[in-house]
Design a protein around this ligand. Structure first.
Ligand code: PLP
Length: 365
């Protein structure tokens, strides 16, 4: 079918995950203009489905035309002005990226680090909110570099009661585990399309709540990035539909098809499917000598950090890819060479993926 030399792989890494047939077909739809009424109607539906997914009645939702990291940057730079204090909960690589963005914008990061392989202690965050009175509190819901789930609600409530805005990274969690924007009192959240949504990389779904919009309107100076300035993007992604940049039409078609699948399956069923696939992985890999270092209360179902039982882990991953067309992720940052990251995201969160991986691993011994 494809005219380019591209193998079919089973993608069990930290993203991208495999696409459904529906999403692949959506990508092959005819091109139309980004101001065509047919496209705008579809965009409205995408925005409505994103509200359902984020668990919000009133947030402004949009697919940002860039990847998850741009979603992170957008939320942080639109809600923070130079000199302000941003409290960051860091339990892996992605919290570190938040810190760099905050430094570059001339704001003051205050970082609370988690012990390796654990979530950021809630009490330490509550104490820091009390002590530092930050303008913004930012942290990662599902830390893809370590496979750790971060409890959100008490931190977000405490931040809110001190007048701080809450920014939550939902890149890996959205569509794979519950995200409750309104209930948890989040002000801005961002995700990515290539993880549990099983769409191609390239878009970052955002949810921006009313308090965040208010803070943006009250800014003293404009956001230093023209492209990521939400007040300008809002001209297109609101009823006015003024040109800002050419929306990536095909990517949004794919997101539309991906969201339809998520809503069609039902969120609760989808979350259970992720937990079920995770349990199947634990049962299948433990007898092979794999260890699951993250405490089982804090494990992410869609991203499994495991210690592989091999002297040369990179060689086993290479053979999985080249001989069996299965991709698993290596460790990131200080965990490179020490762990594997096995993603069971979206379309791939099923027993069949686990069975394929285990059969391939068993064939090596
Ligand atoms: C993947 C990921 C990102 C970055 O997303 P990109 O699409 O790679 O830019 C940010 N945060 C978390 C938690 C992620 O897993």
């Amino acid at each position: 079918m494809s005219s380019i030399p591209c193998p079919e792989r089973l993608l069990l890494g930290p993203g991208p995950s495999n696409l459904s047939t529906e999403v692949r077909e959506a990508l092959a739809s005819p091109m139309i203009g980004h101001l065509d009424p047919a496209f705008l109607a579809l965009l409205d539906e995408v925005q409505a489905m994103l509200r359902t997914l984020f668990g919000s009645e009133e947030a402004w939702t949009l697919p940002l035309s860039a990847t998850g990291s741009a979603g992170m940057e957008t939320c942080l730079i639109n809600l923070t002005e130079p000199g302000e204090r941003v409290l960051i909960g860091q339990c892996g690589v992605f919290g570190g990226r938040m810190r760099e963005i905050v430094e570059r914008l001339g704001a003051q990061p205050i970082v609370i680090e988690a012990p390796m392989g654990e979530s950021v202690p809630t009490q330490a965050m509550l104490d820091a909110i009390e002590r530092e009175r930050p303008h913004v509190v930012a942290f990662v819901h599902a830390e893809t570099s370590t496979g750790v789930a971060q409890p959100v609600e008490s931190i977000a409530h405490a931040a809110r009661s001190q007048g701080a805005l809450v920014v939550l990274d939902c890149v890996t969690s959205l569509a794979g585990m519950p995200v409750r924007f309104d209930e948890w009192q989040i002000d801005a959240a961002y995700s990515g399309t290539q993880k549990c949504l099983s769409c191609p990389p390239g878009l970052s779904p955002l949810a921006i709540g009313p308090r965040a919009l208010e803070r943006m309107r009250a800014r003293k100076r404009p956001v230093q990035s023209w492209y990521l300035d939400l007040s300008l993007i809002g001209g297109y992604l609101s009823s006015k539909r003024v040109y800002h940049h050419t929306a990536p039409v095909s990517a949004i078609f794919a997101l539309y098809a991906g969201l339809k699948r998520v809503i069609g399956e039902g969120l609760e069923k989808r979350f259970e499917r992720h937990v079920d696939a995770h349990r199947a992985l634990v049962s299948a890999l433990t007898p092979l000598g794999f260890q699951f270092p993250v405490n089982d209360q804090e494990r992410l179902p869609m991203l499994n950090a495991v210690v592989p039982p091999y002297d040369d882990e990179a060689e086993v991953r290479r053979r999985l890819l080249l001989e069996h067309d299965i991709e698993v992720g290596g460790g990131l940052g200080s965990l490179a060479g020490r762990i594997w990251r096995i993603g069971l995201m979206g379309e791939n969160a099923c027993r069949e993926s686990v069975e394929k991986l285990v059969r391939a691993l068993e064939s090596f011994t």
